[in-house]
Design a protein around this ligand. Structure first.
Ligand SMILES: Nc1nc2c(ncn2[C@@H]2O[C@H](COP(=O)(O)OP(=O)(O)O)[C@@H](O)[C@H]2O)c(=O)[nH]1
Ligand SMILES: [Mg+2]
Length: 300
């Protein structure tokens, strides 16, 4: 694996080749990955998670944020995770078009990741990859995920600030309740606010927040028109304010604890021989009175 200092040197010069290779190595868990990760010296750069339904304008929004950040001299990394679906290629192509002006910019690293069949939709190496990005000189780290399945909940357990992007459309309010978005959102963005029903929708979110005991001094609702670059400054201010509050409240410690547990569970899972489990099950099931507790004990 490559020396972190060489990767950081490349990042400083706008050459992301070694970084890209290292990301692939980590995703593939090549030999030595655990030791490599354990030797990283990450900076506590907050991770910004952007989630929401497909087509809400997440990539367009990120493109706008990137524009503001690089103008301020920041280096930005964007990881976008798409569910592995027949539309995966299409989604990546779409993102490429949306973020095209940044693909070759020396201050911007963009990488699309497959979700690799991981249950909730997030790539299973996200904690590893974001920690790598925190160690090689980026100032802003963004993770884009499509809000399907459990991915909002997962991104909330990864990101210091979770931004939920919605669009003013009838029926969304019902969806929002179902998927528990109230619990995961640190900020709501109502994108496509050029639509006539935007204000009604914003009012609705405020009302739902009240019903769910979510304080609107903590969780802001920001209207944007990403395709016109409207609202980017407000959003950046809200993100910065949330991260400041987060540190003051000590919420970042809770997040670290949750990530530690996640990593330990993942590590334990890797030790289980699922092939053998399947074979043993054949035998165990053939006997009368199969007991699942007795059976699982052998694998714990
Ligand atoms: N009318 C309008 N269209 C937008 C806005 N933001 C994004 N779009 C369009 O919505 C479509 C989906 O955007 P995209 O960023 O790919 O959404 P994502 O799937 O959430 O990443 C694109 O055609 C964008 O041009 C907006 O504020 N207003
Ligand atoms: Mg997108």
């Amino acid at each position: 694996m490559f020396a972190v200092s060489d990767i950081a040197k490349g990042v400083a010069e706008g050459n992301f080749l070694l970084l890209a290779k290292t990301i692939s190595q980590i995703e593939n868990k090549v030999d030595g990955t655990d030791a490599y990760l354990a030797a990283l010296e990450p900076t506590p750069i907050p991770i910004i998670g952007i989630t929401g339904p497909p087509g809400a304008g997440k990539s367009t929004l990120i493109s706008g944020l990137v524009g503001e950040w690089i103008a301020a001299g920041k280096r930005v990394a964007v990881l976008s995770v798409d569910p592995s679906s027949p539309f995966h290629q299409g989604a990546i192509l779409g993102d490429r078009i949306r973020m095209k002006e940044w693909y070759l910019h020396p201050q911007v690293f963009i990488r699309s990741l497959a979700s690799r069949g991981h249950l909730g939709g997030l790539n299973s190496s996200m904690i590893e990859l974001t920690t790598l990005l925190q160690s090689v000189g980026f100032d802003r780290i963004v993770v884009e995920t499509v809000g399907v399945g459990q991915s909002e909940v997962e991104v909330a357990s990864l990101a210091d600030t979770t931004v939920v992007v919605l669009v003013p459309e009838a029926g969304d309010e019902v969806q929002m309740m179902k998927s528990g978005l109230m619990e995961v959102a640190d900020l709501f963005v109502v994108n496509k606010s050029d639509r006539p029903d935007a204000q009604t929708f914003i009012n609705h979110i405020h009302q739902m927040m009240m019903e769910n005991g979510v304080s609107d001094t903590l969780v802001k609702v920001i209207p944007t028109i990403a395709s016109q670059g409207v609202g980017m400054t407000d959003l950046i201010q809200a993100i910065d304010a949330h991260q400041l509050a987060n540190t003051e409240l000590g919420s970042n410690k809770k997040l670290i604890l949750a990530k530690a547990i996640q990593l330990i569970v993942a590590h334990k899972m890797r030790q289980i021989d699922f092939k053998k489990m399947e074979q043993d099950l054949e035998v165990a099931c053939a006997k009368p009175h199969f007991n699942i507790f007795e059976f699982t004990q052998r694998f714990i």
